[in-house]
Ligand binder design. Sequence first.
Ligand code: NAP
Ligand code: GDD
Length: 346
Amino acid sequence: MKKIALITGVSGQDGSYLAEFLLEQGYEVHGLIRRHSTENLDRLADILQSPYHKVKFFLHYGDLTDSSNLIRLVTQIKPTEVYNLAAQSHVGISFEVPEYTAEATGVGTLKLLEALRLYGGSCRFYQASTSELFGGLEETAPQSENTPFYPKSPYGVAKLYSYWITVNYRESYQMYACNGILFNHESPRRGENFVTRKITLAVANIMAGKQEKLSLGNLNAKRDWGYARDYVIGMWKMLQQDKAADYVLATGETHTVREFVEEAFAHVGITLRFEGSGIEEKAYDAKTGRLLLDINPEFYRPAEVELLWGDASKAERELDFKREVGFKELVAMMVDADMKKEAGTK
Ligand code: NAP
Ligand code: GDD
């Protein structure tokens, strides 16, 4: 049978890696994109310049909040696999736009599932669920498929709806529908306002003399950071099983934001000296005494998830989920990519 994938959120970090991977596997790939006043398809540049474009790779305008558009696209494309990656995916910003986040990140999933139910057929469905579902229950770490949920943001609550509506459609309509409960995953394609990329960009800019210092919020938050390309392979594997199920993807390691900053500066030969605590905390170049990091409470969130630390043993066992890139390599890869880009703009 011809394999046809529809990816919502194809212009995002994960969407772009997944599209590349599926094309390599021989799929015909369709991506949903939104209209912007200036095009934002940078992450898809390689595919758009490749022989795949308009032969095996097709883009369609649409929006997860527009059900008639989703019904039309599903009927027209006739996908065998749908990856629902589209979302207002920034946790901090979800406090600023809670209603829109509920519409896109929550109810949008229902609209897509309904489009698939109306279309009929045996299409498989992947929902981009998240470790933000675990949120506030620190005592339950490391977190697995059996850990209770306690979201701490409008984003987390919207994703909770999407998680359960996916389970509900699996149970009610015998759809092959999976939740991938993914812990943070990063790459040089990460959005610039997520903390890892903000840090690696700042390191590159500071080294180039274009930025004085880096300002962050909560340095104590702990995250389980993996590499995005490893995780999209895990997504695909979830849809290749005999029976649909939900899986955690994680590294099993957790690090503070402070450790990420230290590692990123260390990679360019700068040792940081930290002083103070809370909003008074600062970090200096240990050699020169130059101020490189301070705290700006603007980046604190009204409610915070302090600890994410995943247990991916089910995915390792059942999907043979593997991680090729560890924490230090990930930081190095991101800093190097931003340094290279920086050098290219001179
Ligand atoms: P991302 O880079 O922020 O990409 C999000 C994508 O969704 C973009 O292509 C965006 O399009 C699209 N989008 C946003 N609102 C939309 C709407 N209303 N209709 C259609 N498309 C819309 O996110 P990511 O890091 O690749 O993450 C992919 C998915 O996994 C998201 O659902 C995220 O919540 C989830 N997730 C991510 C992580 C992680 O650590 N990266 C972990 C767990 C779960 P534009 O380009 O037009 O903005
Ligand atoms: N963005 C950001 N900017 N975060 C900061 C900053 C800052 O200046 N300073 C400290 N942080 C802290 C946040 O408070 C949070 O505790 C941590 O750094 C990580 O923030 P983000 O990189 O924005 O990611 P996230 O963990 O909130 O959410 C990401 O991972 C989720 C999976 O756990 C996103 O990709 C979500 O879409 C995803 O579901």
